[in-house]
Design a protein around this ligand. Sequence first.
Ligand SMILES: Nc1nc2c(ncn2[C@@H]2O[C@H](COP(=O)(O)OP(=O)(O)O)[C@@H](O)[C@H]2O)c(=O)[nH]1
Ligand SMILES: [Mg+2]
Length: 387
Amino acid sequence: MPTNLPPECTVLEKKYLGARRTSEKIEALQKYLGAIPKHKGTERLCARLKTRLARLRLAEEETKRRRGSSYLASRYTVKKEGAAQIVILGLTGSGKSSILKLLTSAKPEIYGYPFTTTKPIPGMMAFEDIQIQLVETPALFAGASKGSGWGPGVLGMARNADGLMLVIDLSSPDPRLQLETLIDELDKSHITIVERRGKVEIERKEAGGIQVVSLSELNISVHDVKHLMNKMKIDNAVVKIRGDVELEDVTQAIFHKTVYKPTIVLANKIDVAGAERKFRTLREAFNHLTLITVSAVLKRDVENIPQRVFEALKILRVYTKRPRQPPAEKPMIMREQSTIGDAAKMIHKDFYKDFKYARLWGSSMYPGERVGLNRVLQDKDVLEIRV
Ligand SMILES: Nc1nc2c(ncn2[C@@H]2O[C@H](COP(=O)(O)OP(=O)(O)O)[C@@H](O)[C@H]2O)c(=O)[nH]1
Ligand SMILES: [Mg+2]
């Protein structure tokens, strides 16, 4: 222990060493750490104590989780609000809290300590006339998907989200490894951030045997699929196949439902020395992902984030109107490629059932064009349905 510590540190250290319960230990250690002057001579001590603090936090979470199975569900559920829910994921210290604070009015704690954020924190981000919910989560780490600490809780939130924001720390020695770690933990939780070209969906049925349905030509044989289902003791099911798939994808689909989440990657701390170079390496390795540089501290490159998130989500805004009335102020949020028919159903089932025609402003050929149920909607369309 460095000799030049102020006397209150000795007192706080004793308190920490004497604490029995994990929660007391955490609190005492935090106070002790906070009282230590930060300079070269105390660097190693601080690093050691920070690691200990991180371990204690994980251990505490683990105990709580073991105690009750409903714990995960209660703690790691954030009610969805606004047009979509984006879950922020990243390793500790990558800048998740800083980014949440920058984009929303939420006030998360930001310290230089690992695992400062131990529960999800929501905030609302504005994009033009809509609000998108951002939820910061406790840091992920290698092995999170295997079930320690809050890993399963956070990954469960990711699974339930409409989209993800991965935060990478460009000041870390290897930002590429950070992104690989996140993708790996998501993969192991059967969450993919790249939309697969092929897709298998299995619907179990009561009767009818095995049916294989595919819109395009299959590169696996129907016989092989049936044989596989047979081996897995599935007698009745519809196997829907889209695009390029292997038999292995069918096996995967039997065991797990892999979900795709639209994702943007924020490469944070672009202000630090060497960050530009590290970012180029990152972009080369992951050129199939949406990568954006940002500095949460200098507030650099943040203006475009809401727009990029909106684009990644592949959603559109549709404003309904009544005859001779102005359009609704608040849009309906729909998936890209939605039709007038989808919109009618969303308003009320009668609008669909009794549909006569619709008038469309925005993407239409001319304002108020008469369109039918199959017409595909575009962002910012104004729609009037006649029944
Ligand atoms: N240089 C620099 N530091 C940052 C930036 N964003 C966050 N930090 C620092 O990184 C540390 C961790 O930030 P925090 O937002 O708490 O990260 P979290 O653990 O991912 O929530 C804090 O000391 C921040 O001040 C940035 O853009 N540039
Ligand atoms: Mg945080």
